[in-house]
Each structure stands twice: as C-alpha cells, then as structure tokens.
Design a protein around this ligand. Structure first.
Ligand code: ADP
Ligand code: MG
Length: 695
C-alpha cells in the first residue's frame, strides 16, 4: 500500500464524512443559533463524532479541526435569519478549503485537480451514521478529542501548508531506512507475542538472527501507548502504563479475532487488529532501520488459534504494510529453529542426529500456553497433535503475586490497592519483576505503592509455587491430553522442548521432568526460537521463487487445532446440530466434500454456517462464518442435493464452497468471516497505522 499524505487521506475520506456529517446536522435549514458555542455544539462536535476513529486519530495534531471548522463556516454555510443551511456547492468549496488549508500534493493544481466529491454521495439521515462508517460495537463517546482552544485564538496557518513531515524528535524514534531501495527479498519472521514480540531474519549465511529494537533489546513488549503525538510501542509504553493506564493497550493478542473487543482510545474504539498492526509496524521499522525497506514477512500464531484469530493476524500484518507470506504455528516454528540447530537443515546433510525425532514443544509465554507434538524427519516438520489455552500464561502467575501482595496490604492498611487503576498497574510491573527474581533466587520482595503508602512484601519461591500450583497443573493436564490424543506415550516422545519466557520458572522444568521422565531441552533460546523458525520458514517461501545457496530447504505439515463443522438440522429431532466435517488434528491441507439437502420447496438461498468446536451443539461452538448460495432456480424441490466443500489450507485458513447439484451454472458463493473489518475500514486503519507510525 503506497503511503499517502495526510492531505490525500483528507481528500479521500474526511471530506466525504465531513460533508455527510454536515448534511445530517444542517442538511436543511434549521433553527440553530449561530453563535460560536452553539456552532461548536451543534455542528462541529456532532460532525466530528461521525468521522471514523482512524481519521479522527490521524487528524491530530497537525490538522487543526477548530481552525478548519471556523473557516468552513462562511465558506459552506448560508445563515439566513439565524438559520443554518449548506450551500449548494458545499462539496466543491469544502475541497478548495482543504487544499488551501492543508496543502499537499493536490494543492498546486487546485482547484481544478481537486475535483468535486462523488455526486451520489449518500447523505445520512439526522442522527444516523454515514454508510461507510466502521461498525462500532459500543457507541462513540460524546466527548470529542479535537483541540479545545477557541478558534479565534488559534494561530493562523500559512497557506498552503507544506506536506506533513515528521517532527525531528519523532523521526529519531523511527528513523527512515538508510537507503531508499526497492523492497528486498529479505523476509522477516515475526513472533507477535501476547506480551513480548521478536523479529528475525536470515543473514547472508542463512543463519537466523534477531533484530534489536530502537533501544537495543531483542524482545519488544507488545504494549502500545496512545500518546498525543501518536502511538508508541515497547518499553516506553510499559513505563507509561503505570502513570496513565487508560492510554495503554496490552495483551491484545488475547482478544484477536474477537468481534466484541475494542480498546477505547482517544474517544473511540480501536479493534485489536489495529493495535497488533501498530506493534507489527514498529517491528517492521526496527528491521528496516537495519536492513532497508522490507515488506515480506511470516507471522507466527499459537497452534490452537482459530480461524478468526488467524485471519485477524493476517489483517494486522496487512494493516502494518506487510506482505504476509504466510502464518505459521508457533510450536512448529520453534521446532524448525530446533531442527536447524540440530543440523537437520544443513544443506550438506551434516546433522548431529540421524534418526527421526518426536518433539513435544511446551510453550508457556506471557498470556498463552501451547503444547504441540512435532515429528522431525530430516527436513520434514510434521505437527501431529496440538492443544493449548488462549488465556493462560505468565500474566496469570503475576496475578497470583498481586493477589498475595494485595491481601497483605489489605490486612495491614485496610485498603485494597487493586481498586485504584494506577496502583494496580504499578503492581503488575512489580509482580513481573518479583516473579523473575524468584526464578533466580529463593526469596524476593515486592513493593506496593498505594496513594502515598508504600509497603514491602517478602515472598518466597515456595509460597509462589504453592499459590500457582493450579496454573502449572493446568498446563500439565493439557500436555497429558495431547500425548493421549496423538495415541502416544512418554516412551515414544524423544525430546521435550521448552519455549516461551515463562518456562524459565524452575517449577516448569521440574514438573515436565517428573511427568515425562526426560530432562527438558533448553538449547534453543526460549525467547527467540519462534521468531527464528519463522525467519527460516519465510526464507523457504521466498526461495521457492528465487532459490539461493543459503536458502533453507524443508517441508512443514500442520494440523488443524479445532474441528470444523457445519450447522444442519437433525431430521429426527428437528434441532440444529453441528456436524463435524474436518476433525481436530487432521493433517493440512485437507479438503472434504459432503452432500446435504435443501430444507424447503422453492428455496431461494442456502446458507452454510461454518462452526469451529468439538460440541454437537452449535451454540457451544464458535461461528466462523457463513457462505451463502444465492440465485437458486425457482421451484427447486425440497431435498435437492447441495454439495458443500471445505478446503483447509496448510496455513490454517479455510475456504468454503457450496453448489447445488445438477445446476448448469456453477453457483457462486462468498465466504464471509464474521469478525472481519470491511474494506473501507481496513483501508482507513491501514492509513492511520502508516501515518501514525511516521508521525
Ligand atoms: P509471549 O510470547 O506470550 O508474549 P514470551 O514467550 O515472550 O511470551 O514470555 C513472556 C513471559 O515470560 C512473561 O510473562 C514474562 O514475565 C515471563 N518471563 C520472562 N523471563 C522470565 C523469568 N526469568 N522468570 C519468569 N518468567 C519470565
Ligand atoms: Mg510466544
């Protein structure tokens, strides 16, 4: 996606929305008082609130909305006898005003090049939102985030203004790549973690190398601070989280693919894909600082991520301006890095291990737990069974420490520090530090600060292990289930591989040693293995188009982590039922075709409801999407056969096709994902991410 100037974005989107907003507020002459305060309350604020959030966020701080609207008033409104109405040529005048005020590419040639707004632009009814407005799951808050300085006092802006360029201080945060060259063939491997992310690439010798961030660290906290000047990712955001928790988004991966989650930012709600894309963009910037412009990347996902979470991850990559070559499961990725280290991927075949290995990958990260069995046979990596927990990770261990500390604080001071968001946020940071110390030492102190009262709480490793035994127990149970599901036993597992920062806690290795009878492997760096495997995999994909001597050669076989079914009606009971078409742990890619029947005579459409989950009851499963076959011939009898095919690709993405048998023309079908953003929303957010990153 070519990077656009704010002016272009303004021309493309804002004008449409501003005009639609104005139409809905003052489309017809109304009895509005035209003094400034009324004008703000009745015209500016409502219009502002109708602008989609990405545009509003982009509008600050260089687009001065207050100024703009002040100029707008005489330009586009008629105010006969205290009433306000839009002029007939409002759209042209609006466009010219934008060119005059904000300059940009089109300004020089304005007004001719500016062109009118689309003639048939829909005008929203009063109170309604414009058509292309992104769906908000919660109402936008009424409070606008525009500058509040009175327009009269606002400094006049030179016109035309130069095209926006990043201020020097911010440029230093994300400097431009050294040389402007075409996108390289380097492809990144990105481990987009719940709490920490890592980006890696293959060097000239084909070795995976992690790329440090702007502050020199290899792991970047997956935390975003929404600062006035734009989003900030990483350590700075973590530090700010204690001061201004409401401005910070973290652990967003837990909410990926969720239709209902939106982070409240700047008076609006931001989808998790966008927050993830800001993290991805920051990692991309880090890589580009070292390597020049890069677009290609493989992003990793937990093996048990469902369809909508996978799609959301790809969307996040696209929003960040990445060409997502593929997504790969984190445990498989870690196994590839392990295989590389053992020499399996050496083109000369110099491996230190000659027999096939069955590896259990135990990945306990910050917010997620994933356990997968991978078979490594020479250069083939094959996942055989997988399970996990999207809501179990180091954060839960931190939470237990917070609980211990808060209880002691309450006993002594009769007040719960968790009730205060700032105290609580500080406790999160203190708990993580305390936990890491307990990895090294048998005793640690945790400090609690609450409204001026400071308390030191001593915690022993034993106390910590006792408090978190149930959490560890959950990972143990899941691990046992996976082995059982693969019809294996511990004697048939060759290695146990530790991945994820939380596996540093000594109790993890101890539990696994006891469970498996084998010493767990720590040979690959627990933080970097996933990103390294992804970099190897990314390079494999690129090399399929352009092979080089250093490019790795191996194959990857994935499995699906959830059963995929279709909702049908049980003819005997008349109840809706999930019929599984592709069972869990089926090797991918796979395709299944099954014939169903239409329900009623003369049916016009057939809706295929795709669900993910193990239960027979559709309401206990996750709705993946629907595929509608429309345009059926009239008088189609009930019971006409409908062929349904599920094609599940190696990267875990699903394509659904439906066809009514015997029809001359193949019936076109559309696969609709329930949680997807529409194209307009996607485009607006991607521009926000690219502009915000450069601000
Ligand atoms: P994710 O991929 O889920 O973001 P990571 O694999 O990066 O997670 O692991 C991050 C988690 O590991 C965090 O909860 C962090 O606190 C924890 N962690 C990192 N180092 C240690 C340590 N030395 N002791 C205990 N936990 C640790
Ligand atoms: Mg991870």
């Amino acid at each position: 996606m070519a990077q656009q100037s704010l002016h272009d974005i303004y021309r493309q989107y804002c004008l449409k929305f501003v005009l639609a907003g104005l139409h809905s507020v003052v489309g017809k002459p109304k009895n509005l008082v035209t003094d400034l305060a009324q004008y703000q309350n009745h015209v500016i604020y409502p219009t502002w609130n109708m602008l989609p959030l990405p545009i509003r966020l982009m509008g600050r701080p260089r687009l001065r909305w207050d100024e703009f609207f002040t100029h707008l008033r005489p330009e586009v409104f008629l105010a006969p006898e205290g009433k306000v109405a839009l002029r007939a040529d409002a759209s042209q005048r609006l466009m010219q005003l934008v060119n005059r005020m904000f300059g940009g590419a089109g300004a020089a040639a304005a007004p001719a090049a500016a062109g009118p707004l689309p003639a048939a632009f829909p005008v929203a009814a009063p109170g309604a939102v414009p058509m292309a407005m992104p769906v908000q799951t919660a109402p936008l808050v009424a409070q606008p985030i525009m500058p509040t300085a009175p327009p009269a006092a606002a400094p006049a802006r030179r016109t035309p203004a130069p095209a926006p360029s990043p201020p020097a201080a911010q440029r230093a945060r994300t400097p431009a790549p050294p040389v402007e060259s075409p996108d390289s063939d380097i492809a990144l491997g990105i481990d987009l973690g719940t709490t920490y992310s890592v980006v890696a690439y293959l060097d000239a010798h084909g070795r995976p190398v992690s790329i440090p961030n702007a502050t020199g660290e290899i792991v970047t906290p997956s935390v975003v601070l929404f600062d006035e000047a734009g989003p900030v990712v990483g350590k700075e955001a973590v530090q700010a989280s204690a001061m201004e928790p409401e401005k910070v988004a973290e652990c967003v991966k837990r909410d990926m693919g969720s239709k209902y989650y939106r982070k409240k930012v700047g008076g609006g709600y931001m989808p998790p894909e966008v927050i993830s894309s800001i993290i991805l963009k920051s990692l991309k910037d880090d890589a580009e600082r070292k390597l020049g412009p890069i677009r290609k990347a493989v992003i990793t996902v937990p093996a048990y991520f469902d369809e909508s979470r996978r799609r959301s991850t790809i969307d996040a990559g696209r929003l960040a301006g990445l060409d997502v070559l593929d997504i790969i499961n984190e445990p498989t990725s870690a196994a590839i890095a392990y295989g590389y280290q053992l020499g399996f991927l050496d083109p000369t075949g110099k491996s230190t291990v000659s027999k096939p290995l069955r590896v259990l990958v135990y990945d306990l990260g910050g917010g997620t737990f994933d356990v997968t069995i991978v078979e490594i046979q020479g250069t083939s990596f094959k996942a055989v069974a997988t399970d996990g927990d999207v809501a179990l990770g180091g954060k839960d261990w931190d939470d237990k420490l917070i609980e211990i500390a808060a209880e002691q604080f309450v006993t002594q001071h009769r007040e719960d520090p968790r009730q205060n968001p700032v105290s609580l946020q500080e406790m999160w940071l203190a708990a993580e530090t305390c936990k890491k110390t307990l990895t090294e030492r048998p005793k640690a102190a945790m400090f609690v600060n609450h409204l001026g009262t400071r308390m030191k709480i001593d915690i022993t490793r034993e106390q910590f292990e006792d408090a978190t035994a149930a959490l560890l127990g959950r990972t143990r149970t899941t691990t046992e289930i996976v082995v059982r599901q693969a019809s294996l036993n511990w004697s048939l597992i060759d290695r146990v591989l530790l991945v994820g920062g939380s596996t540093r806690m000594p109790q993890v290795a101890r539990m696994l040693q006891e469970l498996t009878g084998k010493p767990p492997e720590r040979s690959v760096a627990v933080d970097e293995a996933v990103a390294h495997g992804a970099a190897l995999y990314a390079s494999l994909i690129v090399s399929k188009q352009k092979p080089t001597a250093a490019s790795p050669k191996f194959s990857v076989t994935n499995i699906n982590s959830h059963s995929l079914g279709i909702v049908g009606t049980d003819p005997t009971t008349g109840r809706k039922k999930n019929q599984i078409l592709i069972p869990k742990n089926t090797p991918l890619p796979t395709a299944v075709t099954k014939v169903f029947k239409t329900q009623k005579p003369g049916q016009q459409t057939v809706v295929i409801r795709v669900v993910e989950g193990e239960s027979e009851r559709p309401e206990a499963c996750i709705q993946v999407g629907t595929c509608t076959i429309g345009g059926l011939p009239p008088q189609l009898p009930a019971g006409s056969p409908v062929t349904v095919s599920y094609a599940y690709h190696a990267d875990g993405r699903l394509e659904v096709t439906g066809q009514v048998k015997g029809l001359m023309q193949p019936v076109t079908t559309t696969f609709q994902r329930e949680n997807t953003m529409d194209d307009t929303e996607m485009q607006m957010w991607s521009q926000y991410v690219s502009v915000a990153g450069a601000m």
